[in-house]
Design a protein around this ligand. Structure first.
Ligand code: GDP
Ligand code: IMO
Ligand code: MG
Length: 431
């Protein structure tokens, strides 16, 4: 039972990067198990700020090893750029980073397909990050994908070309003219050239049969933290389908994305914001379109870490949080960003939905097609700055009541409270 898991309970961007970094000193290995560069995990310390897309958030702790698991999909260009940036800032990457041979590769043409598919969807687009996530996982499941371990094979280039040609045909079927389309500012050919170079560098990294690697470490008693990307409500099975990502962001993703058996899993740490945000399309029952929503966005700096898009903001959604806790078997909660609500005299929490004049407290199958009107409870705001809260004595009474209200509603203890983006702005409530 030495694999703990940290995963998001909302629509992503809960603050996973910050907390993984904070918790890493307690672990020997940090492993990403799903998602790809659609993720943007922000870490701040000593006046520096980093955003990680593919590399696990344990990388800033010199004593930890990091693993990019088989369930992750990798764009070699993005990975290389990330490594260059980190090295420029003095972060060591080398012996401390391992990559699964079974992780799938995002090809430049996957990114074209993503763009073509979103364009074809028009008004009903997903709001994808356009990093090629959907098409790459599609190829994985349809058994056409290329994996990191294939790079060293003599037929790699041939297989690459075959797959690319197939993608370009599909792009053509979407009537998508990619001659002018820019991938991260580059035309297709230029991006492809960078990709080929990055693939060679990836092949020189420490590639491992990650399921053996991680189980060996577990057997030796090493402490392991699995780091989720995205959030439960974006899970391909349980999220607001089709407005989801293409992987299992929930606990099952740890088993399939790392080769970890369920009985090895220890703590399941669920992380959530004291309010809600969502970036991209899809239902968001508690979304605010007023000045409170604008305040959450500006004070919370709610702009995507990967795409820079403004995040939609709203009140905490309790049925959604309870659903996420149920699906993941969460054993402890970490609450983020309550400091953003410091100046609100009243705080609302949705405890049920009104659907066609019927009050329900679960997420209905029709959640994407029916209007869910939130039923709110109102709580008193604390009206005091939380930023420097580090111990119980500093905690405003109304804030403690807000936390206890969440604990009662979820039946799970809130163990850590984050009150600012920096590593140091973390209050260990229960240890
Ligand atoms: P992730 O994808 O779950 O790692 O989250 P992101 O990094 O995309 O978004 C979280 C944002 O909130 C980042 O800009 C963090 O620096 C910031 N952040 C994290 N925790 C806190 C907090 O407790 N308070 C405030 N104000 N900002 C926070
Ligand atoms: P982290 O790990 C927030 C959203 C996109 C879009 C949908 C599908 O930083 O929490 P995709 O690119 O996967 O095809 O997009 O999922 N999305 C995220 N939203 N945080 C993320 O990651 C996300 N990764 C994907 O905005 O709505
Ligand atoms: Mg993010």
């Amino acid at each position: 039972m030495n694999v703990d898991v940290l995963l998001g309970l909302q629509w992503g961007d809960e603050g996973k990067g910050k907390i993984v970094d904070v918790l890493t000193p307690q672990y020997d290995l940090v492993a990403r198990f799903q998602g790809g560069p659609n993720a943007g995990h922000t870490i701040e310390f000593e006046g520096k700020k980093f955003v990680l897309h593919t590399i696990p958030s344990g990388i800033f702790n010199p004593d930890a090893i990091n693993l990019i698991g088989n369930g992750v999909i990798i764009d070699p260009v993005i990975l290389q750029r990330e490594m260059v940036k980190l090295r420029q800032s003095g972060t060591e990457i080398g012996a401390n980073l391992f990559v699964s041979r079974k992780a799938h590769l995002i090809l430049p043409s996957h990114r074209l397909l993503d763009a073509a598919s979103e364009k074809a969807k028009g008004e009903s687009k997903i709001g994808s990050t356009l990093k090629g996530i959907g098409p790459t996982y599609t190829d994985k499941i349809s058994r056409n994908g290329l994996r990191v371990g294939d790079i060293s094979s003599a037929s790699f280039f041939e297989k690459y070309t075959e797959l690319k040609e197939r993608h370009l045909q599909l792009v053509g079927l979407h009537n998508f003219d990619f001659s002018e389309y820019l991938i991260d500012g580059l035309r297709f050919d230029a991006y492809e050239e960078q990709w080929m170079n990055a693939v060679k560098l990836l092949n020189d990294m420490q590639l491992v049969d990650s399921e053996y690697f991680i189980n060996d470490m577990a057997r030796k008693g090493k402490r392991i933290l699995a780091e989720g990307a995205q959030g439960t409500l974006l899970d391909v099975d349980f999220g607001s389908y089709p407005f989801v990502t293409s992987s299992n962001t929930t606990i099952a993703g740890v088993c399939s994305g790392l080769g970890i058996a369920p009985n090895k899993i220890g703590k399941v740490i669920g992380i959530f914001k004291a309010y809600c945000t969502r970036v991209g399309s899809g239902p968001f029952p508690t979304e605010l379109f007023d000045t409170t929503g604008e305040m959450l966005r500006s004070k919370g700096n709610e702009f995507g870490s990967t795409t820079g898009r403004a995040r939609r903001c709203g009140w905490l959604d309790m049925p959604a949080l309870q659903y996420a806790i149920m699906l993941n078997g969460v054993t402890e909660l970490i609450m983020m960003k309550a400091d953003v609500m410091d100046e609100l005299p009243t705080i609302k929490v949705a405890t049920a939905y009104n659907v066609n004049n019927q009050v329900i407290d679960h997420i209905p199958f029709e959640g994407c097609t029916q209007q869910l009107d939130p039923v709110y409870e109102e709580l008193q705001g604390w009206m005091k700055p939380l930023t420097h809260v580090a111990q119980k004595e500093d905690v405003p009474k109304a804030f403690e009541e807000y936390i206890q209200y969440i604990e009662r509603k979820t039946n799970v203890p809130v163990s850590v409270v984050s009150t600012g983006p920096d590593r140091s702005q973390t209050w260990y409530r229960k240890t």
